[in-house]
Design a protein around this ligand. Structure first.
Ligand code: HEM
Ligand SMILES: *[C@@H]1O[C@H](CO)[C@@H](O)[C@H](O)[C@H]1NC(C)=O
Length: 217
């Protein structure tokens, strides 16, 4: 009896972690932006939160800016996002902390399942607001230009839809890059990766230009 109760409690606890609401709308008190938010487990009881904000009134099949906010437990060595939900041939963002505990963002591109190289087609601007840490987590908030559209090797251009879901992927490693102070450092391979549909419809922000300008200073 007691044992059953105990297991019931445990299962309840676990499922409350796992079922963290998909595509929750998050009103960020720090930046003032509205994000759509997804929590991805990399261990049984631990996950990384990925948030995306975009402007309203974006046309489909255009390139548009995005703000990405990621909340990372302190045991993560590096965390990455693949903007089109697979490792090869799409913009990759890799994030870690340097020797001063400052966030390093590295824009990458992989031609296959091989170590990704620096990619200049996407540029990230780290915001001071929305970038912080405490005893359990670090988080960063950054503007990306070039994350919602890119060229394939056949010369075609691919776009993320500003309405509806886009398949994103993440990767996680408990280990840091070999040279934490350099954004072009080699990166150790991931232990875990995963995919989700990220709803961009709920990520739209009306006074985008004003808010982003304030955050960029
Ligand atoms: C640093 C060197 C890296 C190496 C050597 C590497 C290698 C690989 C390999 C061999 C796989 C296939 C695993 C399988 O199918 O079981 C894979 C999958 C994957 N990797 Fe990497 N990877 C690296 C970095 C990264 C980075 C930085 C990201 C994201 C920012 C990433 C994202 C993914 C994802 C999402 C998958 C799932 C399969 C797919 O859709 O392509 N990887 N990687
Ligand atoms: C620690 O920081 C993270 C990321 O900013 C935040 O989500 C979390 O609520 C903070 N925890 C405490 C106890 O303040």
């Amino acid at each position: 009896m007691l044992l059953t109760l105990w297991f019931g409690l445990l299962a309840g606890l676990l499922s409350s972690f796992v079922s963290a609401e998909a595509n929750a709308v998050y009103q960020d008190p720090d930046t003032g932006l509205v994000f759509s938010s997804n929590y991805q487990l990399y261990k049984v009881d631990r996950g990384i939160t990925f948030r995306i904000a975009i402007p309203t009134d974006v046309q489909s099949y255009t390139s548009y800016d995005a703000v990405v906010q990621v909340v990372v437990p302190n045991d993560v060595g590096w965390a990455g996002i693949a903007w089109a939900g697979s490792m090869p041939r799409n913009p990759l963002l890799v994030a870690w902390r340097n020797s001063q505990n400052q966030v390093v963002l590295s824009s990458r591109w992989a031609t296959g399942h091989v170590p990704p190289q620096t990619y200049t087609g996407a540029q990230y601007t780290l915001f001071k607001t929305g970038t912080k840490s405490n005893s359990t987590h670090w988080q960063f908030t950054a503007l990306c230009k070039g994350c919602t559209s890119w060229n394939t090797d056949t010369g075609a251009t691919r776009y993320l839809s500003p309405r509806g879901g886009n398949r994103l992927a993440f990767a996680y490693s408990p280990n840091k890059p070999s040279n934490v102070n350099s954004a072009t450092s080699t990166i150790p391979i991931h232990d875990v990766f995963g995919y989700w549909q990220h709803d961009f419809t709920q990520a739209t922000n009306r006074d985008w230009a004003t808010v982003v300008e304030r955050l960029t200073v």
